[in-house]
Design a binder for this molecule. Structure first.
Ligand code: TEU
Length: 542
């Protein structure tokens, strides 16, 4: 057992612009977050991860930073951040910040200088290639559409950008750039933050000539240098977001000896809803056996060698109840079932704002409802290729990142209590029914299921340390697994379908203690089980 506070923690992710507005401008802010600390404490989480709050022109909602050492005025001031950190500490909550080190904004002073001339000292902070206007160096595409190369006439060169045109990639091969970034990280460490989430960190060591984006040859050397120059000797939690992580390399990123990060945040299970080799917009139906295979691979493969994040949702993904649960008749049941299934595994659980009240996708129906650069670029690109607007809107309604970025509904009143002004993005169509006030008033709500799961994690070390075994790998609708630790056993059975599903467990649950179920009736059923639609039950022995 290698005890670390963050292995026994539950992280709550906040999308600051959509959490709570305190000054009526329609955009959430730091003082708004501070005003909700009691709620978060009541839920039981002890870490808040804030999506980027640094200075930014907001082309990609803060993932395009123009000053690494300041707070964007839209969110507040440095003093507000100090207050938030201090108040959060009083609630036994640590704040982790989002670090976007792969790219900056094109409005960052470094880029403004860099594009002035080839011999400007900042030129080499970015990735440039010679070429002829109209003929980019190669065919690489940006994640948010279009070429990954943009021409700058002043220097007669192309710069490389893996994301939007306003997010030029930083050149990690330049030691001066690396030192600047470390300095910025130390600035926030001195402020007393609890750690960092490192955006697309597997993509910093790119080699565009070879078409390499993630896991470039220098990647781990750079991460180790970053670690040694910043948080390496502290107990801060560090989370490496890595779409390119796999079970083979995750132990390098999250080596328990602490040379890189505390844990990885990877997406292999999430990727299962897209057709292999196609874009995220091209949906594949969920196959539970494939999901279980991926999750088991991570649970078993990383045991003792590294540490993983457990999550269904984040600010880039649609709401899980709308995706793999049921956002109609079985919303509550499926939200609680999915919560249990993920929270009872090994790793650090993440709750994305609103997940704890079972928020669904907002069901937007017009392109003007969307704000996200990726969604708009996709719409324009595919409409130009002839795809019908209705079809594109249906795709966005299920996969756009804005599905998870709608304002947090605190009550059923105006703007859900999120803001006194006009919210920067619309609320979901069901906020009058699904909101915090309603959830807190209903003892059977999704909120209390999350609260129970959090309490369980704090009181049952088996959840943190136990091993994991899938008991029914092939079953198309049932997900049943066993965790074992120091003579104790936990069995979890979840039904991911709308139909009744029968299961005859090898160990008769009657001899066991049932801990919780997501249905109101909790009488243990002695022998064979019939699980109701989206039902989840878990028992403990020992
Ligand atoms: O996301 C990483 C990433 O690769 C995403 O672009 C992802 O592929 C996409 O969202 C799927 O639709 C991180 C941040 O989480 C995201 O919000 C940023 O836009 C992105 O990096 C660039 O900083």
């Amino acid at each position: 057992m290698d005890r670390k506070w963050w292995k026994e923690s539950i992280v709550y992710q906040i999308y600051p612009s959509s959490f709570q507005d305190s000054d009526g401008d329609g955009i959430g802010d730091l003082n708004g977050i501070r005003s909700r600390l009691d709620y978060l404490k009541d839920l039981g989480v002890n870490v808040l991860w804030l999506c980027p709050i640094m200075d930014s022109p907001m082309d990609d909602n803060g993932y395009d930073i123009s000053d690494y050492c300041d707070i964007d005025p839209m969110f507040g001031t440095l003093a507000d951040m100090d207050n938030l950190i201090t108040e959060a500490k009083k609630h036994h909550i640590r704040i982790i910040m989002d670090l976007v080190l792969n790219h900056s904004s094109d409005e960052h002073r470094w880029f403004q200088e860099a594009k002035k001339s080839r011999d400007n000292p900042y030129h080499d902070y970015y990735v440039w290639r010679d070429g002829v206007e109209g003929t980019p160096p190669n065919k690489m595409r940006a994640t948010f559409g279009g070429s990954a190369w943009t021409w700058v006439p002043e220097v007669g060169q192309y710069y490389f950008h893996q994301f939007s045109i306003k997010q030029p990639d930083l050149n990690w091969d330049n030691p001066a750039l690396r030192q600047e970034l470390y300095k910025a990280i130390r600035f926030w460490m001195d402020k007393g933050v609890g750690g960092f989430r490192l955006d697309v960190i597997d993509q910093i060591a790119k080699d565009p000539d070879l078409g390499i984006t993630s896991n470039g040859p220098m990647l781990h050397a750079y991460i180790r240098e970053l670690n040694a120059n910043t948080f390496g000797s502290t107990d801060l939690v560090t989370v490496g977001e890595a779409w390119g992580a796999n079970v083979q390399n995750a132990p390098i990123f999250s080596d328990p000896r602490g040379k890189e990060f505390s844990m990885v945040f990877q997406f292999e299970h999430i990727g299962l809803d897209q057709i292999p080799g196609k874009a995220k917009w091209d949906l594949a139906p969920l196959q539970l056996s494939a999901l279980k295979e991926v999750l088991t691979k991570w649970q078993v493969g990383l045991h003792g060698k590294g540490w993983n994040s457990l999550f269904w949702n984040n600010h880039d993904l649609p709401r899980i109840v709308s995706r793999w649960g049921n956002d109609g008749a079985y919303r509550q049941e499926s939200a609680k079932m999915l919560a249990a299934a993920i929270h009872l595994m090994r790793g650090t659980p993440y709750i994305y704002q609103g997940e704890e009240i079972g928020m669904t996708n907002p069901h937007f129906s017009s392109i003007s409802d969307y704000r996200d650069v990726e969604s708009h670029n996709m719409f324009i690109e595919r409409a130009a290729q002839g795809q019908s607007p209705d079809e594109l809107l249906a795709i966005l309604a299920s996969k756009s990142r804005d599905n998870s970025r709608t304002p947090m509904p605190w009550h059923a009143g105006e703007n859900g209590g999120f803001s006194d002004g006009e919210p920067w993005i619309g609320l979901g169509d069901n906020y009058q029914e699904i909101n915090v006030e309603a959830a807190l008033a209903d003892p059977d709500s999704v909120f209390y299921a999350y609260q129970q799961l959090i309490t369980l994690r704090k009181t049952l070390p088996l959840l943190t340390w136990g091993d994991y075994e899938d008991l029914l790998p092939e079953h198309p609708s049932l997900w049943c697994y066993r965790r074992q630790w120091q003579g104790q056993t936990l069995v979890v059975a979840a039904n991911l379908s709308r139909e009744l599903q029968a299961w005859q467990p090898a160990e008769a649950p009657g001899e066991w203690k049932m801990i919780i179920s997501n249905y109101a009736e909790t009488t243990p059923r002695p022998t064979g089980l019939t699980l109701r639609p989206f039902e989840a039950i878990w028992w403990l022995q020992g």
